[in-house]
Design a protein around this ligand. Structure first.
Ligand SMILES: [Fe+2]
Length: 433
């Protein structure tokens, strides 16, 4: 696909308000070009409390594709933000040819609003909690309820929520609907998202993956097998070849980094769905009925995304990984880790998901702890390719500060129970199923 950059939206996902407490405000957004950012904050009376063009220290940016830039705006103020008040904001993006205000995004603001806003308080009494979110689940999207809560709060019908805590899976890397996977591939081509190549016996890059007859609904045939070669592993798997990835729905398990990145863009923003057409011509006949059924659910999901994007622009949102953000049963046991990380292809698949988690979820919880990872990622991603992604993945897999706390009253302490989950196991034991 030839990329016509002139038709791409300026902002392709976000803005999402992330950490915002006392003197710090963090915004996350993905743009289709590299921009300089100016942020202006207003108090409830419309008085400017902050306005600046952000410096490199305040504006981190990772180039995840030819036309895709993950931006984290991390603003430290001199004074505390006013307490128990709506803080309005504008984000202006500038490059040599264009200036764009985030308020120009369709449906970003609620009725009669000039700017998006979020409720700022040091309290955490009215906390919205979001758990797992699967686009092809046959029930309505839970994040739509956040939009309704905020709309009512803005009309003084109910108190404003103090924050949103998303502690479940925001993406299911291991359980993807066929039409979603097709949309992901269209977005990868549209934005030129980076995939790189990986170490594997047969399929070792994105092109080969896409041209494989097993690309849709049959990825369980592509995913790595583990063949035990010591007694414990043989006992663990009863002496048979087993798949590393245990999800019963792994037939569309995401594999490349580009697939992971595109998934995030498609679950948080309506923008890229405009470029997606549903076409089952690449789907094997035996899977077409399933594809068509899933398409109806995915189309419904996508219809809600303007409201989801608007909600996430209006409430400070914290996140922590569950297992499906990476893969089912992630780090469930010592054996699982030894098998999964001992195989270069499965390690890369997990690492690609973890890289996406860091960029889209973990980073905005507490940017300062990721400074070294950011520097390494900056060297890894360039406009044309990814370099040395395996070294970045090694760093991310060794990282042990995914947990964090938020200085609200009461204090919110968020534990990492997914990379630290089996540490009491001193020796290899059989998987309990
Ligand atoms: Fe979950």
């Amino acid at each position: 696909m030839t990329i016509n950059t002139s038709v791409l939206p300026v902002i392709i996902a976000g803005p999402i308000v992330r950490k915002a407490i006392n003197k710090q405000i963090v915004f996350w957004l993905v743009t289709s070009q590299q921009y300089q950012c100016c942020v202006t904050l207003y108090d409830e009376n419309g008085t400017k409390v902050y306005s600046a063009t952000l410096t490199d220290k305040q504006h981190a940016c990772i180039t995840v594709g030819k036309q895709a830039f993950v931006n984290l705006l991390n603003i430290h103020l001199t004074d505390d933000l006013p307490d128990n008040t709506w803080i309005s904001y504008n984000i202006t993006l500038k490059n040599s040819t264009n200036t764009f205000n985030c308020t120009e995004l369709n449906n970003l603001c609620y009725e009669n609003q000039a700017y998006p806003r979020f409720w700022h308080t040091t309290q955490a009494n009215h906390v919205l909690h979001g758990s797992c979110r699967k686009p092809h689940h046959k029930s309505s999207d839970g994040l739509l309820a956040v939009d309704t809560q905020i709309a009512n709060a803005l009309k003084d019908k109910n108190p404003a929520p103090d924050l949103l805590m998303l502690s479940g899976d925001q993406v299911y890397i291991d359980d993807v609907a066929g039409p979603m996977l097709s949309a992901i591939h269209q977005v990868i081509a549209l934005l030129g998202l980076h995939s790189g190549s990986w170490q594997n016996e047969d399929i070792e890059n994105s092109e080969q993956l896409l041209s494989s007859p097993d690309c849709y609904y049959q990825r369980d045939k592509i995913l790595p097998l583990f063949e035990g070669d010591n007694d414990n592993f043989l006992d663990f798997f009863k002496g048979k070849k087993k798949r590393v990835f245990t999800s019963v729905s792994a037939h569309n398990h995401l594999i490349s980094f580009a697939e992971v990145m595109a998934m995030y863009l498609l679950v948080w923003s309506p923008e890229l769905w405009e470029f997606v057409t549903f076409d089952d011509s690449k789907i094997a006949t035996k899977h077409q009925q399933r594809y068509q059924e899933e398409q109806k659910v995915i189309e419904e999901f996508a219809k809600g995304l303007p409201s989801v994007r608007r909600a996430l622009a209006h409430i400070r949102t914290f996140m922590i990984h569950d297992d499906h953000d990476i893969t089912d049963d992630w780090n469930l046991t010592r054996e699982w880790e030894e098998i999964a990380y001992g195989h270069p292809f499965s390690k890369r698949i997990i690492g690609n998901a973890l890289t996406g988690y860091w960029l889209c979820q973990g980073w905005g919880n507490n940017p300062e702890v990721f400074d070294e990872i950011y520097q390494q990622a900056k060297d890894c991603f360039s406009s044309n390719k990814m370099n040395n992604i395996d070294a970045l993945i090694d760093t991310l897999l060794q990282f042990n500060q995914w947990h964090y706390s938020v200085e609200t009253h009461p204090k919110m302490v968020v534990l990492d129970t997914r990379t630290q989950r089996w540490r009491s196991e001193k020796k290899q034991t059989a998987l309990q199923v």
